[in-house]
Structure formats: structure tokens, C-alpha cells
Design a binder for this molecule. Structure first.
Ligand code: FE2
Length: 599
């Protein structure tokens, strides 16, 4: 039987945030990150689970895929796989060497499987799905491919040592054509792999180094950004700056002598180093914004582009994105919502479709809800489990938006599960926890009952698209919660739970044609309260990935202090039995943990 569609599969292989993206005739059919399936944050290793997820959702086999394009920033994927045979890498092989080695995508002989380099994949994830036919691309991250492994042509002036690593890449595009304008490398360096960016002299690398310094984890850059406004300006010397277009990083000297001891018994929130960490966060954020704005202005002047697209992990810095939008002189800025390495799968897939299969660009990514939709049967299965059924009240709602809006306006905290899951780090209204932003104490209530995260971290708002400019400064859509805007003074007291300490908010605008159910929920809340804004945070608890399935949503709902859970049209509350049992259960587990932890 002839095949009806052209399928291309993109894979971010083996490094952190392993992911897959399936294109059907040039449109994203499905995309998923491994952590959502394995429940391990930023999960690494083999990619069979994410490939199977996409193929099963589409109802096709691997044989029906026309082209597979992969990237691993560490090494070209085939070289990585040869090393995995040689070395015992349980964290990469997932403890299942035989299974991995017998998979058709492991060291494949087929010419249908291609490897590309890292920043090239990031670049395709930005421009290929952007709304623009012409423009510029800015890719900045912690570390990309070795110079020797780069698969894109680039100017002679950007030539570097074979062991230099990608740090920043700048491009211009027209239709499907991408041209490299400039590449900025980190020079070959010595050190231990576990140095967590200590010896890498790049823009994103220095930011990750600060994350390691403050949080003991290079991948807490979002927390560094959230901590920055608490710091005092210019208490630390600049860590990274541009001099005549050249990036300069300072030596990590004796003033950085208070690293968080992640392995010790130090309580982060109570550390005597807090004020110092806040100052360091302020400085690296300010340095990064200054460099990015200068680079963006240079890119606009060099290319003449009116539109800028952004990808790479630094693209998740929504404070910097807001400043680039306001200060770099582009008409519009579009940021790939999966700007980190999960988005590599999208870029690989589009490189295959546009550059290898030579198909035209036809798709614009208007939302990031790229997971599969769960059936009502899956919901019934999740709530009819005997141990669960007795803990919940279930109601099939005729108007889930109106009913939920009323309960939200009465101060209840909601789990909101609709449609396919979001691809990327942000929950954008399909796997969200929602609350009333009008109460100043809501942030503390959410933290103490549900999220259990550090109090300095802000919560973000969703807002009706048409009303955004009435409440937040500046023009422009922000559908992916990747732009920070100042909250207008007259609104700061009306929605205090989503205003950060510096008077800003990381906003998500909601349009009726993109997410009609979320839009109607906001409309109903506005009708009741006069406020077209809700607090939106991801449907998970600290340290865990966002929920993917109805079962995970119900379990998270019962394990935390959420009041209601809406899954599709089913409204779920907590029974009297749960309210009696939950405190006893919590006391038991708290006691167990205390007993298990030496004091
Ligand atoms: Fe990257």
C-alpha cells in the first residue's frame, strides 16, 4: 500500500534532555522529552522510549519513517555509540546494553539516519518554525559541538581549533535557506568533566558556572535568573563582557569562595552566603543581558534583518529576551519554546525535512502542546483505581471553565490537565497548576501546600491576549512565557501573587484560536473578578518532571495540597476520607524520613 505521508524523525540523543520529534508532511505531529516518560528530570541516555511514544501516537512503525536526523552535543552520534560499546556507561545505556545494541537506530547502517551538529540543530528549531520568511537567528548555549564535528559551512573568519567548542552562533535566513554569519567558540580547555563549566570561557558556560556555584547544579539557570533581582548592583566585578566584539571572561578569583556544598548538610535557604549569592546572580544576569543586547544589535546591523529568532539554552533567559525585544531594534522576536536541548529534536527534524529532503517551509509553531492526547478511558482508569476512588469526589461538568473559574475565584488551587502535554520546560495551560493571583499570600500558600520550592522564585501569570497591554508594559505577544515585562503600577496591587520583587512578570498571553479552553477559563474568571489573569505554574512538585499522564496527575493531586483537579470535563475534589487520611499519612512519612536521616 502506498504511503500517504512523509515522515521525518528528529532525536536529541544521549545527552541531557533526550527527546524526539516526529514531522508529518513538514508539520510537528508529536514531540516528547524522555523525562516525562521516565520521571527523571533532564533524563539522558538511549532514546527508544521517546521514539516509540511518537511512533505509537501516530500509529506508524519505524520502517515508515523516511529520514531520521540526530544530534548529541558531546560527540557525533555514531562515534558516541562506538564508545558506548567500548566503555561501560550504565547511565547512557540505561542498564540495558543488549536491548540498546539490538535497536535498529543503534549504530545503524541505513543511509536514512543522519547526524548533524549542535548549533545547526538549535538554529533550525528557531527559524524553521517561526512566523517569518526572512530574518536572523541567534543561538547561545552552555556548550555545543567540537569545531571538528560542525556540519554547517561557516565563514573563514570564524575558523577555530578543531577542539574548540560551539558557544554562540549567528545566522541569517530566507525561506528555507540558512547562512552562517559568525561563530563564537570556547577554546580547547583542560579539566575534569565534572567541573561543571568551570573551565569553559563562554557566555552560557559562565552562567551555568554561576548556577553550579550557587545551587550546586549547572542546570539551575532559571533559579539564578529568579534570584538576580534580590542582589545588589555591581558588588561583584563583571564576569563576562564584550570588548570590541570579543567576548572576555574574568578569571574565577578568590572572591568566589563561597560555593554551595551540595553534598553536605548545608540548608540552602539558611546559608550565610545568601547575600553574596544574590549579588553574584545579579552580576551574571546583568553581564549576560549586556552581551546579548550588543550581539543582537550587531546581528541586526550586519544582516539588515527585521525579525530575530532565538534558540539555545540561553534563550530561556526570559528577562534578557524582554530586553532584546525592547532594546535591540528588531520589529519582532520569536523564541523557540523548547530553546534548551530538548528542542534539538525539532531542529534535527526540520533540518531533515528542509535541507535534506528539500521540502518547502509551510509550518508555523503557534503552540507547544505537542504531546499525545489521552482518551477519556485513560482518565476513567486513573480515577477508578480502588485505592484512589475512595479518596476523591468525581463530577462530570457541563461547563468545566465556568465551574473552575468560580472555584478559583474562591481561592481554591487547581490542577488543570487538558489536551497534549507541553514540549519544553514551561507548562502553558495543558499541564498547569492554577490559582487566583489577587491574594498576596497565594505564593506562600502554593509553596507550602503544593510546590515546596524556594520562596524567592516568582510565579508567572497567564493573561487574555487582548488585555495584556492594559496590564503589562510593552507591546508584543508572549505565547510561550519567554518574555518578561514590567507590571503596570496600577495593576501591581491587584495581582500581587504574580509580581516579582522587581515589579516584573514572565507573562504568557492566551489567544482564543490557540487554546480555546484556557482562553474561556480566563474569560470566566475575568467575568467574575474583573481580572483577566491567573497564576500559572507547572503541574509537578519540586524536583519532579511535569506530569504526563492522567494517573500521574491524579497521584500528584492527592499527594499535594491542591483543592481540585480538572481533567478534560471531569472535575475531581477530595473526599472526607482523604482529608482524614492525608495528614496521618504525611505525619507517618515525615517521621519515617526523620528516622531514616541521621541528625
Ligand atoms: Fe544546546
Amino acid at each position: 500500500m502506498p504511503k500517504n505521508h512523509t515522515y521525518v524523525l528528529g532525536i536529541n540523543a544521549y545527552d541531557h534532555d533526550v527527546s524526539a520529534c516526529l514531522l508529518r508532511d513538514g508539520e510537528i505531529a508529536y514531540a516528547i522529552t524522555k523525562e516525562r516518560l521516565s520521571r527523571e528530570k533532564h533524563d539522558t541516555g538511549f532514546f527508544d522510549s521517546v521514539v516509540d511514544y511518537c511512533l505509537e501516537a501516530e500509529g506508524i512503525s519505524l520502517e515508515e519513517v523516511d529520514l531520521v536526523v540526530r544530534n548529541c552535543y558531546v560527540l557525533p552520534v555514531d562515534e558516541m555509540e562506538k564508545r558506548m560499546i567500548h566503555e561501560d556507561l550504565p547511565e547512557i545505556m540505561g542498564g540495558a546494553r543488549e536491548k540498546v545494541m539490538s535497536h535498529p537506530l543503534y549504530l545503524p547502517s541505513s543511509n536514512k539516519v543522519v547526524t548533524i551538529s549542535h548549533h545547526l540543530a538549535h538554529a533550525y528549531s528557531a527559524f524553521a518554525v517561526s512566523p517569518y520568511q526572512e530574518g536572523a537567528v541567534m543561538v547561545t548555549d552552555g556548550v555545543g559541538s567540537y569545531c571538528a564535528d560542525v556540519t554547517e559551512p561557516y565563514p573563514e573568519s570564524s575558523k577555530a581549533h578543531p577542539l574548540a567548542r560551539e558557544s554562540e552562533s549567528y545566522y541569517k535566513f530566507s525561506g528555507s535557506n540558512l547562512e552562517t554569519v559568525k561563530k563564537v567558540w570556547m577554546g580547547p580547555s583542560r579539566g575534569f568533566l565534572s567541573d561543571e563549566f568551570f573551565n569553559m570561557e563562554g557566555l552560557g558556560a559562565v552562567y551555568s558556572r554561576v548556577s553550579s556555584y550557587i545551587f550546586g547544579d549547572w542546570n539551575k539557570c532559571g533559579e539564578v535568573m529568579g534570584l538576580a533581582p534580590y542582589g545588589r548592583p555591581n558588588r561583584i566585578k563583571p564576569m563576562v563582557k564584550l570588548e570590541n566584539g570579543e567576548l572576555e571572561t574574568v578569571e574565577w578569583g578568590r572572591e568566589f569562595n563561597q560555593p554551595f556544598q551540595a553534598e553536605g548538610r548545608q540548608v540552602w535557604e539558611k546559608s550565610p552566603s545568601m547575600s553574596h549569592w544574590e549579588d553574584v546572580a545579579w552580576q551574571v544576569q546583568d553581564d549576560t543581558e549586556r552581551v546579548l543586547i550588543k550581539r543582537a544589535i550587531w546581528l541586526r546591523e550586519t544582516t539588515g534583518a527585521k525579525h530575530l529568532t532565538i534558540a539555545g539554552g540561553v534563550g530561556l533567559n526570559c528577562v534578557a529576551n524582554g530586553r532584546i525585544l525592547r532594546e535591540a531594534g528588531f520589529d519582532e522576536v520569536w523564541v523557540q519554546p523548547a530553546a534548551g536541548d530538548d528542542g534539538i529534536a525539532i531542529g534535527c527534524a526540520y533540518y531533515g525535512y528542509l535541507a535534506i529532503l528539500n521540502k518547502p517551509r509551510t509550518f508555523v509553531q503557534k503552540h507547544s502542546c505537542l504531546g499525545k492526547e489521552y482518551k477519556q478511558g485513560d482518565v476513567e482508569g486513573a480515577i477508578s483505581r480502588p485505592s484512589i476512588k475512595m479518596q476523591i469526589n468525581i463530577k462530570r461538568s457541563d461547563d468545566i471553565c465556568a465551574e473552575s473559574a468560580k472555584l478559583l475565584s474562591e481561592g481554591n488551587i487547581f490542577g488543570w490537565f487538558q489536551g497534549g502535554s507541553e514540549f519544553g520546560p514551561r507548562a502553558l495551560g495543558n499541564r498547569s497548576i492554577l490559582a487566583d493571583p489577587r491574594k498576596p499570600e497565594m505564593k506562600d500558600i502554593l509553596n507550602s501546600r503544593v510546590k515546596f520550592r524556594q520562596p524567592f522564585r516568582p510565579f508567572a501569570p497567564i493573561v487574555l491576549y487582548e488585555r495584556a497591554e492594559e496590564i503589562f508594559e510593552g507591546k508584543g505577544d508572549s505565547p510561550f512565557m519567554l518574555i518578561v515585562k514590567p507590571v503596570k503600577p496600577e495593576w501591581q496591587d491587584r495581582i500581587p501573587a504574580i509580581v516579582h520583587v522587581d515589579g516584573t512578570a514572565r507573562i504568557q498571553t492566551v489567544r482564543e484560536d490557540i487554546n480555546p479552553r484556557l482562553y474561556r477559563l480566563l474569560k470566566e474568571f475575568d467575568r467574575l473578578t474583573g481580572v483577566p489573569v491567573l497564576l500559572n505554574t507547572s503541574f509537578n512538585v519540586k524536583g519532579e518532571p511535569i506530569v504526563e499522564t492522567p494517573i500521574e496527575a491524579v497521584d500528584c493531586f492527592l499527594a499535594t495540597g491542591m483543592d481540585y483537579l480538572a481533567i478534560h470535563d471531569t472535575l475531581i475534589g477530595k473526599s472526607q476520607l482523604h482529608k482524614m487520611v492525608a495528614p496521618l499519612k504525611k505525619a507517618f512519612w515525615d517521621g519515617f524520613k526523620r528516622g531514616a536521616t541521621p541528625s
